[in-house]
Write a protein that binds this ligand. Structure first.
Ligand code: ZN
Length: 105
């Protein structure tokens, strides 16, 4: 099979449209599925976010505990914001799954 000048051109890729007032879709608040606390009420995530904020340079946006869970917490379910904090993860028997890993239901 050879490609000639007369062959059909590849379909153009639709450009993604961004509008001036476009804002990302709202994400759910991260909530531990075991103790039902939000990230901001769980010490380990508050401390982790604070540790990152301590390294921030001038004018950089501060990370919230919620941001930290969304970026770093492996058990976070992006569909509903559910995750398990370390204590609840251990109580749940440290579930695991192949591939991208286990997320809270
Ligand atoms: Zn918990």
């Amino acid at each position: 099979m050879t490609t000639t000048m007369t062959s059909e051109p590849a379909p153009a890729v639709e450009p993604v449209e961004y509008f001036g007032n476009w804002t990302p879709p709202p994400r759910p608040v991260a909530v531990c599925n075991g103790c039902l606390f939000e990230a901001k009420d769980i010490e380990e995530y508050v401390a982790a976010a604070e540790e990152i904020n301590a390294e921030l340079g001038e004018g950089e946006r501060e990370m919230t505990p919620d941001d930290y869970v969304w970026q770093e917490e492996g058990t976070l379910n992006p569909k509903n914001g559910h995750f398990l904090c370390t204590a609840c993860y251990i109580k749940a028997g440290m579930p695991s799954a192949p591939g991208p890993g286990w997320v809270a239901p």
